[in-house]
Design a protein around this ligand. Structure first.
Ligand code: UN1
Length: 476
């Protein structure tokens, strides 16, 4: 059984959870301790105690410890990727790339720990010096989703530690394996006891304990819009600092002048890879009428040929859906799309493979209209719909007609349209001739509207959330 990690000790939980392989439900990946609210509180107390020394620790020590994590994660990429694919269901190449990304993130923040700096400003009063510096926020609660079991924890944990905060990390219940493996590496990397704590368990109890605890100074959350609203409701009144990454309903606009092969590749990768289980997935394909018949024919051919199978089997392109309840949601939306009058061009059925798993044939809808639920609500599965657009302006209006604002994609060979779209897409990230999903690890990540709340994640901009600004006046 894999335990929780609190105050530098491995401790059993109050119950145990089985971790199931979604490609083969008879395969138990492992048994994981479940913490309760009391243990979450102990972890917060340990972090509070450790903060006193860690917040003023030397940057070399922080950098060295982060680099130790980076090197081990990268060296164990194959093994950790295998575990990730086994417990979450993304394909082995996707899982190994995710593990590599996590390692690179730790390496980036090993460097960031050394790149702390401040500003000096002239005072408006003679004889006074002004300095502007950044200090750690305090104890941060990190609540992460199941779809990126190692990269999202990495991009919250690494900047938190680099900037001198103490961490209580609560991973998604469905994927404790990758989280535990990462925590085990961190436990040996040289951080003092209490600086990093792992509490596995249900969001309703362990997550809620972090949301409510008055000593958790900041909460960084990635997950559903509904849970995000609970984090705001619980933690904003006590003035915790918040960083939330939630849903998306990202458009990929394909103009008549697009390179057809590029557009089809962007749609296939963005809509269906990682089984469509990415908040950055392109689930609305907004296609100009001149290219629409050719685009739909070419896309259909690609989608029908996608290999849906065991995540770890060589040649698999689309792994299983993560679990039964997400599969039920996907199938329900596929039924809703048909009831609403969209045409299901291909896919959308559950399929059987050698083992019992949650396999779903990727679904492509055409003749969708912007007010349909499949065009407005996040599904989080391998389901995309094509919406026709008259011209560029119409396509841009459709792209922005959504409560979300995470990514927005455009396929075009027109510099004029590309420049205009980058300026006018109401999203935190814009992709031109590249898929809407799959981002770099060293630049800011985040969205607008219902997708995000609070400062950006990743890259140098992560310091906006993980530090607080101090302005000091001195009369020497
Ligand atoms: C990516 O597209 O590379 O939960 C990352 C998600 C996002 C991460 C997407 N927060 O899907």
């Amino acid at each position: 059984m894999k335990s929780n990690y609190i105050a530098g000790e491995w401790v059993a939980g109050s119950s145990v959870r089985e971790n199931i392989n979604p490609s083969d439900v008879s395969d138990v990946v492992g048994h994981y301790a479940q913490a309760d609210a009391k243990q979450a509180q102990l972890a917060v107390e340990a972090a509070v105690d450790a903060f006193q020394a860690w917040s003023v620790s030397g940057v070399q020590a922080r950098s060295d410890a982060l680099e130790a994590v980076a090197s081990e994660v990268l060296a164990r990429r194959a093994e950790l990727g295998e575990l990730l694919a086994r417990e979450e269901g993304k394909t082995l190449p996707e899982a190994q790339a995710e593990v590599a990304r996590a390692g690179q993130i730790f390496r980036f923040f090993a460097g960031e720990a050394l790149r702390q700096g401040g500003e000096k400003a002239p005072s408006v009063r003679p004889g006074i010096e002004v300095e502007i510096t950044r200090e750690p926020v305090g104890v941060v609660g990190l609540i992460t989703p199941w779809n990126f079991p190692v990269a999202i924890p990495a991009w919250k944990i690494a900047p938190a530690l680099a900037h001198g905060n103490c961490v209580v990390f609560k991973p998604a219940e469905l994927v404790p394996g990758s989280a535990w493996a990462l925590a085990e590496i961190i436990s040996r990397a040289g951080f003092p006891a209490g600086v990093f704590n792992l509490v596995m368990g249900p969001g309703s109890e362990v997550g809620q304990a972090l949301i409510n605890h008055p000593s958790v100074d900041a909460l960084s959350f990635t997950g559903s819009t509904g849970t995000g609203a609970r984090v705001i409701a619980g933690a904003a009144p006590r003035r915790a600092k918040l960083q939330l990454e939630m849903g998306g309903k990202n458009p990929l606009v394909v103009l008549d002048d697009a390179d057809l092969a590029v557009a089809v590749e962007c749609a296939v990768q963005g809509s269906y890879y990682s089984t469509g289980q990415r908040c950055t997935a392109s689930s609305r394909l907004i296609v100009q009428k001149g290219i629409l018949p050719r685009f739909v024919a070419a896309l259909r051919e690609r989608v029908e040929a996608l290999v849906v199978d065991d995540a770890r089997k060589p040649g698999t392109q689309i792994g299983p859906v993560v679990d039964q309840s997400q599969l039920d949601v996907d199938l329900e939306y596929i039924a809703i799309g048909q009831q609403e009058g969209a045409r299901l061009l291909c896919g959308g059925q559950r399929v059987q493979r050698a083992t019992e798993g949650f396999f779903l044939q990727p679904a492509l809808f055409v003749d969708a209209s912007p007010e349909m639920r499949i065009a407005r609500e996040e599904i989080f599965g391998p389901v995309a719909c094509v919406i026709a657009a008259d011209d560029y302006e119409h396509a841009l209006t459709l792209a922005n007609d959504t409560p979300f604002g995470l990514t927005a994609g455009l396929c075009t060979t027109s510099l004029r349209h590309a420049s205009h779209f980058k300026r006018h897409a109401k999203a935190g990230m814009v992709m031109v001739n590249v898929p809407t999903a799959g981002v770099d690890y060293h630049v800011p990540f985040g969205g607008r509207k219902a997708s995000s709340y609070g400062p950006r994640e990743q890259g140098r901009h992560a310091n906006e959330f993980f530090t607080t600004v101090k302005t000091a006046y001195t009369a020497p």
